[in-house]
Design a protein around this ligand. Structure first.
Ligand SMILES: CC(C)(COP(=O)(O)OP(=O)(O)OC[C@H]1O[C@@H](n2cnc3c(N)ncnc32)[C@H](O)[C@@H]1OP(=O)(O)O)[C@@H](O)C(=O)NCCC(=O)NCCS
Length: 182
């Protein structure tokens, strides 16, 4: 999976990304809506190995986002298959984690828009979902900006988060392949 946008390249993870992405996953502000929150460098390495296996097996995945101007790693974004843990699954999910210094510059929207276009025209998918904890305002706003829609009937608890934790209630957003992409 290799996608170019005006400012970014989405590409498979490389060994040189691990240290930079481990720093992103060790930032409490970035990981504020994750449970468990912070990842150790070994956990980031293992996460990226999982992403690579997914990419090899399915032909799409959660990949590195690199800035074309200087080769900086902005973060990770991409498509992953979900299992039965998400109601109505299996689905293909779009997700993102960008380094804090890169927020609010339109990078996530640029990368995610290109990723959705790839999902429709190259992968031929009919629907992509996104989900996050209900209190993750930035991610919810990004999904809405991408044209994704949520229905309260799809709300679900993330059963891996303890009852009473504010991160447990989750919302699910969907977007269907637009007619012009067929
Ligand atoms: C969510 C995230 C990827 C957004 O990245 P970003 O590059 O800052 O987003 P963009 O600059 O492309 O913004 C696109 C839209 O998202 C929304 N948005 C982004 N950050 C926001 C914030 N802090 N508050 C409210 N809306 C926000 C806005 O609608 C924005 O459009 P606008 O700028 O025209 O208003 C980034 O905040 C992030 O990595 N967060 C931590 C990881 C995370 O929580 N991932 C999801 C876990 S399920």
């Amino acid at each position: 999976m290799f996608i170019e946008t005006p400012r970014l390249v989405l590409r498979p993870w490389a060994e040189r990304d691990i240290e930079a992405f481990a720093l992103v996953n060790a930032d409490p502000e970035v990981r504020r809506y994750y449970y468990p929150a912070l990842l150790t460098p070994d956990e980031t390495r293992s996460m990226l190995a999982d992403c690579d296996r997914h990419l090899q097996a399915q032909g799409f995945g959660f990949v590195a986002v690199e800035r074309r101007a200087d080769g900086a790693l902005i973060g990770g974004l991409g498509l992953s298959s979900t299992g039965d843990e998400i109601p109505g699954g299996p689905h293909v999910e779009i997700g993102w984690i960008l380094g804090r210094s890169h927020w609010r510059q339109g990078y996530a929207f640029e990368a995610a828009s290109a990723c959705l276009a790839y999902a429709w025209s190259t992968l031929g998918l009919r629907q992509v979902i996104g989900y996050t904890s209900a209190i993750n305002t930035p991610s919810r706003a990004l999904m809405q900006r991408l044209g994704m829609h949520s229905d309260p009937a799809d709300d679900f608890p993330d059963l891996t988060v303890p009852e009473g934790d504010p991160l447990r209630p989750h919302v699910l957003y969907r977007i269907d392949r637009p007619a012009q992409a067929i």
